[in-house]
Design a binder for this molecule. Structure first.
Ligand SMILES: [Zn+2]
Length: 231
């Protein structure tokens, strides 16, 4: 079994040394460095033979059948003669200091487009914040940093949280139909951070804001966006 597994194609540059069942039923797959593979510098990506030290990292990989999978990964630290960096080797399926493999990240990214974070946490056993961070990076990569550039017309509305006991506010770019900001609360103070994020100049550029007039929000909007028509 182990002989067949040692050459599994999942962990480039590594072979399986052992598979251990842990107390909680999860599998610990102990990897070894593939003898035929040279270490690659994590900084300049050149092959490097000068190994400063060897460490082992425990990281999560995707489940196998009904078992959680952990990997025990050897990571060589190099004294690179190309770029003079003392740095961990580059592993193509694992980011530096990451606690999960690329395969797990891609799995979470796919799930995040289908399910709420709490459900993904239960399904994967990963922490809520880990999933949130992965999805945040995915969205940032896809859409870039927040930019109020070109925002001229807003839609602002409140919505109920937890069966109407608390409220949150959403601000949308009315022309590009994108959510710009969501914040807890519906008071003037609660929505002020949105205008701070927009900046003084951004606020001055706002020409129109569509919103419910029965809330305190319109007072704040009129104060923050002097050139806006509130409708
Ligand atoms: Zn280097």
């Amino acid at each position: 079994m182990l002989n067949a597994m040692s050459s599994l194609p999942f962990w480039e540059g590594h072979i399986v040394d052992a598979v251990q069942e842990q107390e909680d039923g999860s599998l610990l797959i102990v990897l070894d460095t593939c003898p035929a593979s040279d270490a690659v510098c994590g900084a300049c990506r050149q092959p490097c033979a000068l190994i400063h030290e060897r460490r082992r990292h425990k990281v999560r990989d995707r489940d196998v059948l009904d078992r959680r999978v952990w990997l025990d990964v050897p990571v060589r630290r190099l004294d690179c003669h190309h770029c003079n960096a003392r740095v961990a080797e580059h592993i193509v399926w694992l980011d530096r200091r990451a606690r999960i493999t690329h395969r797990v990240r891609l799995w979470v990214e796919a799930l995040a487009q289908l399910l709420p974070i709490a459900h993904i946490a239960r399904l994967t056993g990963l922490h809520w914040h880990t999933i949130k961070d992965i999805d945040h990076r995915r969205l940032k990569h896809l859409h870039g940093d927040f930019s109020a550039q070109g925002v001229r017309r807003l839609v602002m509305d409140e919505f109920a949280l937890h069966k109407g006991h608390r409220y949150a506010t959403v601000a949308l770019d009315a022309e590009q139909m994108r959510v710009l900001w969501v914040g807890e609360g519906n008071s003037r103070e609660a929505i002020r951070p949105f205008f701070e994020m927009l900046g003084e100049e951004g606020c001055r550029r706002i020409e129109a804001v569509a919103m419910d007039m029965n809330t305190a929000m319109d007072l704040e909007v009129r104060q923050q966006c002097p050139n806006a028509e509130v409708v």
